[in-house]
Design a protein around this ligand. Structure first.
Ligand SMILES: [Fe+2]
Ligand SMILES: [Fe+2]
Length: 278
């Protein structure tokens, strides 16, 4: 018998009344006797939402960064100082400067300086560099970097490592977290820049033979081509997915298409304040 798992959406692009919303993501995960923070939104607003919901961020056993984009890391200065001995899991590439470049205009979209400074201030054992799959507990794992196997998935945007837009940013730091619940797996994604199908297949490789009870998080399909959506939907239909909860950067059109394809298995109304138990 495994522990009950509970996931609370601390920050999303939308929020229930009384809570704050911004373009960003943060999930509070209680599973297998652990309390985990996956991503820290764009600002300290996620910490205020946590307070409103009676969640003590200082109790987190660890923080996990799904990747280094500003909308997942900007709130770090609002949580790290409150933790007695902060432990944070991230890929080294999460710290690199990066940009989104649209019509020749470059916008930094990496970790804000205040967040990287807060990380630098951590005691030496605080940072755990995730270069391969990692187990946080017998029932919780991080995917580490996700192999890009499908031909139809890209990172979902005009992402570059330089402001001139000459070096594509493959977002090598992108990873997901999985929980083995009683009857299957729960997968939590940040932006899913590695692609939803790549991500789920990689999780399946690590924990084979289990259905996906739930997949929750940003899916970054706003700019997905018709072909990508078609192939994604076909791949999802071939997997045993019981619930898909799109958040954050999934994109309204993609949500509508997934809703049509997956029917009642789609839970499209999640937002800041939503709570799910498995
Ligand atoms: Fe994001
Ligand atoms: Fe992102």
């Amino acid at each position: 018998m495994k522990h009950c798992s509970k996931i609370t959406v601390l920050m999303d692009n939308r929020a229930q009344p009384g809570l704050l919303a911004e373009h960003g993501l943060s999930l509070w995960i209680e599973a297998d006797g652990m309390k985990l923070l996956l991503d820290a939104g764009q600002s300290g607003a996620f910490a205020r939402n946590a307070e409103s919901m009676g969640i003590r961020l200082a109790d987190a056993d660890a923080i996990i960064l799904s990747h280094g984009h500003y909308d997942h890391t900007g709130g770090l200065p609002d949580v790290l100082p409150a933790m007695k001995a902060p432990i944070i899991y991230l890929h080294p590439a999460a710290l690199q400067p990066r940009f989104s470049v649209r019509e020749g205009m470059a916008k930094p979209n990496g970790m804000p300086m205040a967040a990287s400074a807060a990380l630098e201030d951590l005691p030496v054992p605080g940072c755990h560099w995730v270069r391969q799959p990692v187990r946080l507990s017998p029932c919780i794992g991080l995917t580490g970097p996700i192999p890009r196997e499908t031909g139809f998935e890209d990172t979902g945007g005009p992402f570059f490592l330089d402001a001139q837009g000459t070096q594509p940013d493959m977002i090598d730091d992108d990873m997901a977290l999985w929980i083995e619940a009683d009857n299957g797996l729960v997968v939590c994604t940040g932006c899913c820049h590695a692609g939803l199908v790549n991500t789920l297949r990689w999780v399946q490789e690590q924990r084979p033979g289990l259905p996906f009870l739930s997949v929750i998080g940003g899916l970054h399909l706003a700019a997905a081509s018709e072909g990508r959506m078609r192939e994604t939907i076909a791949a999802l239909r071939s997997m045993d997915i019981r619930q898909l909860i799109p958040l954050h950067c999934t994109g309204d059109a993609a949500v509508a298409q997934l809703q049509e394809a997956l029917g009642e298995r789609m839970f499209a109304t999640a937002m800041g304040g939503s709570v799910f138990e498995y």
